[in-house]
Design a protein around this ligand. Structure first.
Ligand code: SF4
Length: 214
């Protein structure tokens, strides 16, 4: 089986509860959404076909057992669940970042899903596949990228009504980089005593925000 790969690189995790840890990123090509603030538009077009064995050999070159599969939208490719299984079989800890529009039901239970539920300012807030909530495990994480007060209220409502079985530490509110000041989002969270974590995109603080491969 083969996958369309945009890039594979080694860097520090910039988001999620794994922030700051060395991690290998496998970015798959193609996406079904068109978020207004997308920072990986290049993943729509750039693509190299690789077999699962080639991908495994590539990631085994790094001295690291944490792998994140991201995109684009990784679950658009039929071979992605097979890649996840192969990596787990080979003792990697696997994170999968997905936009939540595709079913996560049959993924390997050891895979840690990080689901980005799109808020209104993305223009894709109808994309989330609601039954995915029923297939979340205790170790999975939810992210909302917040660009406005409307986005915050949208996220708050879902957190308080639908995500009551998710650990608060695994629910992330992340400001749209360069669009909303983190202090404003922090104030809203504190004002409401909202059980969620403020998450900054650490890689954009450390490196040039437009730099790729980090
Ligand atoms: S889902 Fe991700 S990759 Fe796709 S358009 Fe939105 S931000 Fe970009």
């Amino acid at each position: 089986m083969r996958l369309n790969i945009c890039e594979i690189f080694y860097s520090l995790q910039g988001e999620s509860t794994f922030t700051g840890l060395p991690c290998i990123f496998i970015r798959l090509s193609g996406c079904n959404l068109n978020c207004s603030w997308c920072d990986t538009i290049y993943a729509q077009d750039e693509s190299e076909s690789m077999s699962i064995d080639q991908i495994l050999q590539h990631v085994q070159q790094f001295n690291c057992n944490l792998v994140e599969i991201t995109g684009g939208e990784p679950l658009l490719q039929d071979a992605t669940p097979v890649l996840i299984n192969k990596l787990i079989e080979n003792k990697f800890k696997v994170l999968l970042e997905t936009n939540g529009s595709q079913s996560i039901e049959y993924l390997h239970p050891g895979c840690i899903k990080i689901i980005d539920i799109k808020c209104p300012s993305s223009n894709e807030s109808n994309s989330f596949l609601t039954p995915n909530i029923d297939h979340l495990s205790l170790h999975d994480e939810i992210k909302f990228v917040v660009g406005s007060k409307k986005d915050y209220k949208f996220a708050k409502k879902i957190i308080e009504t639908r995500l009551t079985n998710i650990q608060p530490a695994n629910i992330h509110l992340s400001p749209v980089f360069g669009s909303i000041d983190p202090s404003i989002l922090s104030a809203w969270i504190l004002e409401d005593n909202l059980c969620a974590r403020l998450s900054l995109q650490q890689h954009k603080v450390i490196w040039d925000p437009d730099k790729r491969g980090v």
